[in-house]
Design a protein around this ligand. Structure first.
Ligand code: NOJ
Length: 578
């Protein structure tokens, strides 16, 4: 008798499967274009699944492909239950899900429910003050004593993440609506139970379609004090002055638990990861405590915001000393050691390329620094996320003109800053460091025209370095960043200490070395990494005994002295813990 076929997915999702998993993020617009219109699409992703399979990842997180006017590249959704024609059709998405499952890869959707597009039928209806949907969004009269549209008449002092006030006046009614992002992204009112019911119903529809989880966009913004108080200037942080008033609101955890229950997220063993720019360790520990059934893990911003000058905006940067970076990651490791779970990331579609930002993207050090950054991150405890192209050591874009940029945040910052008198070269320098398009240049598949991304004109310029940095070359080269990531992912799958070993940071103040152990039951791994472009001698006395140990993975195989080369790193297994 033949064994009945059990589809990979719902029926085969074991509890906590995501603890041993590695997630790969695809930004569809920039991954692979199958029809020559210059924009990546779903059939393009399906055609490249072999790349993910070779890399060995367990999950594909798909950035939004829903119907959208594309004001914010799909993070402004006008229909949650359809695919935008630029990306393909629902049938293409079903094919991608099936293609992933056939390869043992699970698929996680992006869930953007803090806001919709202003073209979503809910918002269109809500524009009518007599409509039952009026209260689905945050409509407010002008500040008392102010005429609509006059300076300072906005109901609160909140600012949009994309510059300017977070309120847009509707001339027809004289009322304002709230948009923490662009004016085409009105915020949903989660206080209204009908909004929550509609969101959960939509999520169940996706679960029934076969998806394996959700990455939740800015989920820590969904609850706020309904009195909408003015914001107070915080000492620093990602969202600037007024956003302290909207992060981690009073009902956040209630909503997360309700969503989990109503959609059956925990019961179905779906992966849930919340993007939480404002989260603290204490909050993350509560939210990811399995007993509370809220989320599996959150994306913290603390390590990627270290380069923001206290009190400044994301563009106002300061150098990040290695001890500060180590300490931030270590604090999250310790804080979530016995309860909760970490996510681990350097990169995503909003962050500059890690090898440029934290490593050294010069020809001399690019490969070693990309490998070492990967090693350090993947050997922490948590679920690692790889952003498309990170496995190739892709670099920042090096754009030199504002005309090269497509991202709404970058374009608005440029307009606002230059209008305020900031010299254009200062603005362009900031954009070259931190602009989101650095991460969004097309995936570099080969050394051919447009890096094999499209046969048309790419929506955003391809990086000229694709002649040497590309997937075809990397897959063929045993010493490539790609093959190093492959080995790192395999190590996590094979070695229980990588998943569960207790984390301990050594030499916390060392300015070049990142050294830590992962240990359990008398066994230990030591990670030894030189995170600098200068040689670093290691003081053997400061380390656990490395005699009789085995090197599991190294950037420079065959070397075993303790004088580390620039960006050299090793993962060493100690046969008995001293
Ligand atoms: C976070 C997303 O990652 C980003 O790309 C988007 O612009 C904002 N949320 C608004 O949805």
């Amino acid at each position: 008798m033949s064994t009945p076929h059990v589809p990979f997915g719902t029926a085969t999702r074991p509890a906590d499967w995501w603890r041993t998993a590695v997630v790969y993020q695809v930004y569809p617009r920039s991954f692979a274009d199958s029809d020559g219109d210059g924009v990546g699409d779903l059939p393009g992703i399906t055609a490249h699944l072999e790349h993910l399979e070779r890399l060995g990842v367990d999950v594909l997180w798909l950035s939004p492909v829903y119907r959208s006017p594309m004001d914010d590249n799909g993070y402004d959704i006008s229909d949650y239950q359809d695919v935008d024609p630029v990306f393909g059709t629902l049938a293409d998405l079903d094919e991608l899900i099936t293609g992933c499952h056939a390869r043992g890869i699970r698929l996680v959707m992006d869930l953007v429910v803090n806001h919709t597009s202003d073209e979503h039928p809910w918002f269109v209806e809500s524009r009518d003050p007599t409509s039952p949907k009026r209260d689905w969004y945050w409509w407010r009269p002008p500040r008392p004593g102010h005429a609509p549209g006059t300076p300072g008449a906005e109901p609160t002092n909140w600012e949009s993440v994309f510059s300017g006030p977070a309120w847009e006046l509707d001339e027809a009614t004289g009322e304002y609506y709230l948009h923490l992002f662009s004016r085409k992204q009105p915020d949903l009112n989660w206080e209204n139970p009908d909004v929550r019911r509609a969101v959960y119903a939509m999520m169940r529809w996706w679960v029934d379609r076969g998806v394996d989880g959700f990455r939740m966009d800015v989920i820590d913004l969904i609850s706020r004090d309904p009195r909408l108080p003015d914001g107070v200037v915080p000492p620093g942080g990602h969202y600037g002055p007024s956003h302290a008033a909207v992060l981690n609101g009073p009902r956040l955890e209630e909503y997360l638990a309700e969503m989990n229950r109503e959609v059956g997220l925990g019961a179905g063993h779906l992966l849930t990861v919340g993007e939480m720019p404002g989260s603290t360790i204490e909050l993350a520990r509560r939210v990811t405590d399995p007993a509370r059934r809220e989320l599996d893990m959150v994306f913290t911003f603390q390590h990627v915001d270290l380069d923001v000058r206290p009190g400044g905006a994301k563009w106002d940067t300061v150098p990040v000393p290695l001890p500060a970076l180590k300490a931030t990651l270590a604090a999250w490791q310790e804080g979530l050691a016995d309860v909760g779970w970490n996510s681990l990331y350097w990169n995503n579609h909003d962050q500059p390329r890690a090898v440029t930002r934290f490593g050294d993207d010069s020809p001399e050090h690019r490969v070693s620094s990309a490998k070492t950054l990967g090693t350090v991150l993947h050997l922490h405890r948590g679920t690692p996320y790889v952003y498309q192209g990170e496995e190739l050591g892709m670099t920042n874009a090096s754009f030199t003109s504002i005309d090269d940029y497509r991202d709404i945040e970058s374009i608005r910052f440029h307009a606002e800053a230059t209008a305020a008198g900031v010299p254009e070269e200062t603005v362009l320098r900031a954009l070259a460091l931190k602009g989101r398009d650095n991460a969004r240049t097309p995936m570099q598949w080969d050394a051919g025209p447009n890096a094999g991304f499209t046969t048309g004109v790419p929506w955003l310029a391809v990086n000229a370095n694709h002649d040497s940095i590309n997937a075809a070359a990397a897959e063929a080269d045993p010493a490539s960043v790609f093959n190093h990531y492959r080995a790192l992912i395999a190590l996590r799958h094979e070695h229980p200490l990588v998943v569960d070993g207790r984390f301990e940071l050594l030499l916390p103040d060392h300015p070049q070395l990142w050294v830590f152990t992962r240990s359990a039951a008398g066994r230990a791994l030591v990670v030894l990494a030189n995170c600098s472009s200068q040689p670093a001698p290691v003081d053997a006395g400061a380390l656990p005994l490395l005699d009789g140990s085995t090197v599991l993975l190294a950037t420079h195989p065959g070397r075993d002295g303790l004088d580390l080369l620039p960006w050299e790193s090793r993962v060493v297994e100690l046969l008995s813990r001293p």
